[in-house]
Write a protein that binds this ligand. Structure first.
Ligand code: CDP
Length: 156
């Protein structure tokens, strides 16, 4: 019952944010058949050089998962199939110009199911095993998701 209530709370919070028209960000932890996950290094902007799970802003009227599929197509040139929800991290407000925590980064697992992987927007893409994730210089928002990603890779 507690999990159900937490789920309902998260759902209500997500709906409230959408109603306020605050920008949300989605990311994909894409895994392969060798227990590796795709990590991407940002090439431009204030976060240049830092590593992230590929993704981006959800557009007005777009669902989280549609945004996830679109961003992977635009940034990586691949078709993905989203898997399980891995977690949500508050962003610092810079993204939406709103209050701290008003925007969140929501991350799903996923698989590449078509296309050829090309770094259209990142300076580098790497498939890494679980034990090489911690050492990367991550965007702060992405790092709290590493335990969930490691668990995902261990369970495969
Ligand atoms: O591609 P788009 O312009 O929609 O978005 P983005 O520049 O990739 O991401 C927007 C913002 O979300 C970034 O500036 C980061 O602050 C945040 N972000 C993040 O924290 N972690 C990610 N994995 C992706 C984005």
């Amino acid at each position: 019952a507690r999990a159900m209530a937490a789920h309902a709370d998260a759902h209500a919070a997500a709906a409230a944010r959408r109603a306020l028209d605050v920008t949300q960000v989605v990311g994909a932890a894409l895994v392969d058949d060798r227990r590796r996950v795709l990590v991407a290094q940002r090439g431009t902007g204030g976060l240049a050089g830092l590593w992230e799970f590929p993704g981006g802003k959800v557009e007005r009227g777009e669902s989280d998962l549609s945004a996830l599929v679109r961003e992977c197509r635009e940034e990586l040139g691949v078709l993905i199939t989203p898997g399980s929800f891995l977690g949500e991290v508050p962003l610092d407000g810079v993204v939406a110009g709103g209050a701290p925590g008003a925007s969140t980064l929501r991350v799903w697992s996923g698989r590449v199911t078509g296309g050829e992987l090309v770094a259209h927007e990142h300076s580098e893409l790497r498939w890494l095993p679980a034990d090489e994730l911690e050492a990367l210089d991550w965007i702060p928002a992405d790092r709290p998701l590493l335990p969930a990603v490691r668990a995902l890779l261990a369970a495969r």
